[in-house]
Design a protein around this ligand. Structure first.
Ligand SMILES: NC(=O)CC[C@H](N)C(=O)O
Length: 330
């Protein structure tokens, strides 16, 4: 019997439309609907019984917490249904790694959830969307993809949600995992896993996902981008604005300029949870200096700043402590 795969369409370039087939920028993201998207890849019928649903039609740079939570909620419903074997999500690439990571944090099932998108609009010559959809359906229907968490599939490669990031502004091969590399590929239509990424679900992911479905927003947790001569005034500003947490994208191994460190220390004393991440693309943020640990800052480990932010938001919603976060990230 064929696997049953449900596609959720969120918009993005994969659903982008331009007037000129040679245009790969300056198009309207999210303009092409799920019916048209699916019509471009009739080959999926040979792989699985595929159904589709339009959940949003947005440029993913504009995605809100409410829309991310709606996605979590719909994926949760689908995974709990007996008649769905896997879920494919088509999504804009700008925030794809964030939605993928959020879904991965609360992924409770062994059924695959695969996110894909495109770098060229649907109307472009050599549009990459149709093959990406076909590959995503192949992965979602593969027995070997079960129990691997949420996967990102583009450009014939399979990446884990935790490690993948958008590396290039415009290149088709933009999604890469700087630490660890791709975990698999789709070679000539055959799904191959090279190695398994470590699963990264929160403990009690099923109940955490249920908790998230009742939320309409997530706590205010800004990311502050570190740079030379940073005097820390933005830390004070966001603390005054009611931040519940702050992710500081420091330099190198999460280094923080002394003046910022003092402001972040004051923020921790006010009850704001601080995560130290890095603007460097590759590598892990380790505990580094003793003063950071003494101040109560949490090292982001392998998470980039935007993913660390989502983890912190979810942790705050679920009443997890800084100690829980440290344990999870260790
Ligand atoms: N290639 C893309 O999908 C980027 C287009 C758009 N900004 C989006 O993320 O939806």
């Amino acid at each position: 019997m064929q696997k049953r795969i449900h596609i959720l369409a969120m918009g993005g370039t994969i659903a982008g439309s331009a007037n000129d087939s040679s245009a790969t920028t300056g198009y309207q993201a999210g303009a092409v609907g799920i019916v048209e998207l699916m019509a471009a890849v009739p080959q999926v019928k040979e792989i699985a019984e595929v159904t589709g649903e339009q959940l949003a039609a947005i440029d993913s740079k504009d995605i809100t917490a409410a829309e991310q939570l709606q996605l979590v909620s719909r994926v949760r419903e689908l995974l709990l249904k007996g008649d769905v074997d896997g879920v494919v999500i088509t999504h804009g690439t700008d925030t794809m790694e964030e939605s993928a990571y959020l879904l991965d944090l609360v992924h409770f099932a062994d059924k695959p959830v695969v996110i894909t998108g495109a770098m060229r609009p649907a109307t472009a010559l050599s549009a990459d969307g149709p093959l990406n959809i076909l590959d995503a359906v192949r992965v979602a229907a593969a027995d070997s993809a079960r129990d691997r968490g949420v996967l990102v599939v583009l450009n014939n490669e399979i990446h884990s949600a935790r490690l993948v990031t958008k590396m290039s502004t415009t290149a088709v091969e933009t999604f890469q995992s700087p630490v660890g590399g791709a975990i698999g590929a789709i070679n000539d239509g055959v799904v191959v896993f090279y190695h398994g990424a470590e699963l990264h679900h929160l403990p009690n992911a099923l109940s955490v996902s249920e908790k998230l479905t009742s939320q309409k927003e997530l706590p205010y947790v800004p990311v502050l981008y570190g740079h030379s001569d940073d005097d820390g005034r933005l830390v004070k500003l966001v603390a005054d604005e009611g931040a519940k947490g702050i992710v500081y994208a420091g330099m190198g191994n999460g280094s923080i300029p002394a003046r910022v460190e003092a402001e972040l220390g004051a923020a921790v004393e006010q009850g704001i949870v601080v995560i130290r991440a890095s603007s460097s693309i590759s590598g892990m943020v380790t505990k580094a200096e003793a003063s950071y640990e003494e101040a109560g800052f949490i090292a982001s480990g392998l998470l980039n700043p935007r993913k660390a932010r989502l983890l912190l938001q979810v942790a705050l919603v679920c009443g997890k402590s800084a100690a829980d976060l440290r344990k999870f990230l260790a």
